[in-house]
Design a protein around this ligand. Structure first.
Ligand code: DP6
Length: 321
């Protein structure tokens, strides 16, 4: 039995729309930061005595679309290694699930790594990234630590993530504001499908997202927090704009999301360098230097309470336990 640990990542340049639903190929490149605080541990064992795959996530048997995705990744690994053994998978999330905190990113990265190794495969991180992508697009990035770029690519082999910077040797951290950790109503898969099909803002989103790649990468390489934060916040707002244009229109924002976004803007006016990003859920993540954490936390705690703030630093890539 092999156990792998992968950490969640938060996109600063979002993946939001698939040009190939089957292969999970995104329209545009995306760039993320892997976090130290949220992770998934997954153990995999292939066993001829089993009748079928048995998947347990957080002590519950996995059913529905989640199960299909896991089977898909396991099947690819079985095909690659030339065996057809059923797998026993045991996974535990140290993440509030499906709350826009990207639990699928860490889950499928850990699964790909553990299952590949349990099959006796020795794969590069790029190959693991490609396998993880078939479970969930964002998981392709969680194979790596620090700042990561997922190249959109044009086919299975050309769509993979790679490291931009790891370890991250400058002061950047991310404060997650847990507004609502319940399962979200519109999953990211469904949300991005809907905007790609129905939102007139979608083509503009893809164009502006692809144009963000170089500037965001440069901001990271130049360790320029203000530039990175500004570009990331713009990118996130444009992603959310696509949801308002969809038919039917929807939003991941809740009243507290807007309150936090406003507070961050006001803090900035007062000279505190902090910036927001929001994924397919109501929770806001704030990018700032750790030297500003106290100022940011004091203001946010007044809105949501201190216990709903988690300070995250850059985290590592996938490891075996
Ligand atoms: C808003 O990777 O969860 O977090 O590939 O359908 O599983 P699927 O989607 P998923 O989408 C993540 C969307 C996002 C932005 C991002 O992480 O880049």
């Amino acid at each position: 039995m092999i156990t792998a640990r992968a950490h969640t990542n938060i996109a600063l340049l979002k993946y939001w729309g698939k040009k190939d639903e089957n292969l999970i190929l995104p329209f545009n490149d995306s760039i993320s930061l892997t976090l130290d605080r949220f992770y998934t541990d997954t153990s995999v064992e292939f066993d001829a005595n089993l009748v079928e795959d048995t998947i347990t996530v957080d002590h519950q048997p996995l059913i529905g679309p989640g199960l299909k995705r896991v089977t898909r990744v396991l099947d690819l690994i079985r095909a690659k290694s030339g065996h057809n053994l059923p797998a026993k998978v045991f996974s535990s999330n140290h993440v509030p699930m499906a709350a826009g905190l990207a639990s699928s990113s860490s889950a499928f990265a850990a699964l790909a790594a553990a299952a590949a190794k349990a099959s006796g495969l020795i794969l590069s991180n790029r190959e693991l990234s490609i396998l993880a992508r078939h479970g969930s697009g964002s998981a392709s990035r969680s194979i790596f630590g620090g700042f990561v770029q997922w190249h959109a690519g044009f086919d299975n082999q050309s769509s993979y993530a790679e490291s931009i910077q790891c370890p991250v040797d400058w002061d950047v951290n991310l404060i997650t504001v847990l507004i609502d950790t319940k399962q979200k109503k519109v999953s990211s898969t469904i949300g991005m499908q809907s905007v790609a099909k129905t939102s007139p803002f979608f083509p503009a989103w893809v164009k502006s997202a692809q144009a963000d790649v170089k500037p965001i990468k440069n901001a990271i390489l130049n360790k320029n927090l203000a530039s990175l934060g500004e570009l990331a916040e713009q990118n996130a707002m444009r992603m959310h704009a696509t949801t308002f244009g969809a038919i039917p229109s929807f939003t991941y924002f809740q009243p507290e999301t807007l309150a936090i976004l406003n507070t961050v803007r006001n803090l900035r006016k007062q000279g505190v360098e902090c910036y927001s990003t929001v994924d397919a859920g109501p929770n806001v993540k704030i990018i700032c230097a750790s030297t500003d954490n106290e100022k940011v936390i004091t203001r946010l705690a007044a809105i949501v309470g201190q216990d709903r703030l988690v300070v995250c630093k850059p985290g590592p890539g996938v490891t075996y336990l």
